[in-house]
Design a protein around this ligand. Sequence first.
Ligand code: G16
Length: 553
Amino acid sequence: MSSSVDLRTVYAFAREFHSKGPNIEKLLYGTAGFRTLHEKLEFIAFRMGLLATIRSRKFGGQAIGVMITASHNPECDNGVKIIDPKGEMLERDWETIATDLVNVPDDRLESEVAKIIAQEKIDMGAQSNVFIGMDTRYHSPAMGRAVVNGVRALKGNLRDFGILTTPMLHYLVYTHNVRGAYGFPTVDGYVSKLVNAFKRLRGDVYENGNYKNFILFDGANGVGSLKMHEFNRQLGPSLECQVFNSNGKINHNCGADFVKTNQRAPHGLPEHEPNTRCVSVDGDADRIVYFFTDSDGVFHLLDGDRIATLIADYLMNLVKKCGISLKLGIVQTAYANGASTDYIKQQLKVDVACVPTGVKHLHHKALEYDIGVYFEANGHGTVIFSDSTKEKISSASRSNETSNEQKESLRKLLLTIDIINETVGDAISDMLLVETILHAKGFSLKDWLATYEDLPNTIKKVKVQDRNIFETTDAERVCVKPDGLQDKIDELVRKYKRGRAFVRPSGTEDVVRVYAEAENNDDVQLLAAEVSILVYEMANGVGEKPSIPQQKL
Ligand code: G16
């Protein structure tokens, strides 16, 4: 290890500008990095600037991303997460390193940095490159400056891209490091790549059967609404997309998380015809759900499970016709609706796996398939084609032995690879793929909804004194701590037909999440309330105690 950087600057910057202060709360690199109240985050952002610089040097100067966002969380929160050289989430071992770095007091920061450099054998004379992006929260620029100071303290190089969607930063990191593999390493290059593939798949006829060329886009008052305008300029008439919720408080009464959790339309939805196709994305545009209100005024949600099944069905059909044998699999989490899992097994006859919450877990599992389709029910997901699959598809598409019909399926598979963001789920890219499929099938949202019937379900949040006392196993379907909780949950679940419930500590909010599903909505509400009360009572609940819904008293 050689060191050409004086580490005393690390402590100097921390003391002068980004002190941790007397804060002793243990902070964890969670489901999507560090996420907390913005007032508590600045010193963390500074330290992540340090870490990203060190990590970039580990890879000989390849770009490492630092994204400032609290994604679906309320406006008062912010977050910071690191993106690895291939556009993937930070490697697991480094999550621990990040956690340790954030939890040392200021006066031990310099020695902790020195420890990481020594342990990881970092050449501090090597090049480094940190890419920074941020969402539209008013405090994000301050967090960005803290990251910049972290990079400067270690004499690293940086590029500040300003306001970006999270998936755009993943793409920029990857395309910068792996030149020529995927697309041009610019935002414009990204938009063009997706839009060109979309236009080529759609052709010149923009409507088909029950599919109408109009969509309402809820931008969650976040970066997605800004970037969708850029997409709209390139899409032109090929997709008529009206953006709303672009100026208010981020995620407030709108966005994918609001719509999914409350199972209702967002505020700010413009006047529209019944059955109009609507989408909601979240604050940094990495997840998406579809919804519509029918002519009886009934709201219908089509979430990540629906998107996964629609995409898998479309790809399976292409695979069957393309003349190559490929194994496709779907990856879900415990939040997946039981009816979707049954549909995948019984109708689609596709392999399905269940992993813990967090895109990194789904992504990792999806890599085991030739084509891995992964989605969380909350609308977070994408498709990954293995390198050998891509190679097989492109060589078969050039082969003289391939029939014209096979070539057409192969062409569509190649364009699908271009329309998706394989590094991470992207709301806009996912929307373009779903629009492609609905258009190809001539489907309205009603048609899509009719493919199977969801089991009624709900997700509740319970605030407790310390959510870290909750531990789960079996892809979060079983709670092993606090002792005895799971037995009591099982007892409650047994009372309900097709009942299922689980609890897990959130990795992004200071709550325990409770999921329940059952044959009818009354039962779902009752089961969720009973489990929530159990959690509240066994773990020193904070604030108002959950209560049993009125209709069942
Ligand atoms: C993040 C993660 C998702 C996860 C969600 C909620 O999403 O990237 O994988 O599903 O948090 O996680 P939890 O239930 O642990 O709070 P986002 O869109 O907020 O970045």
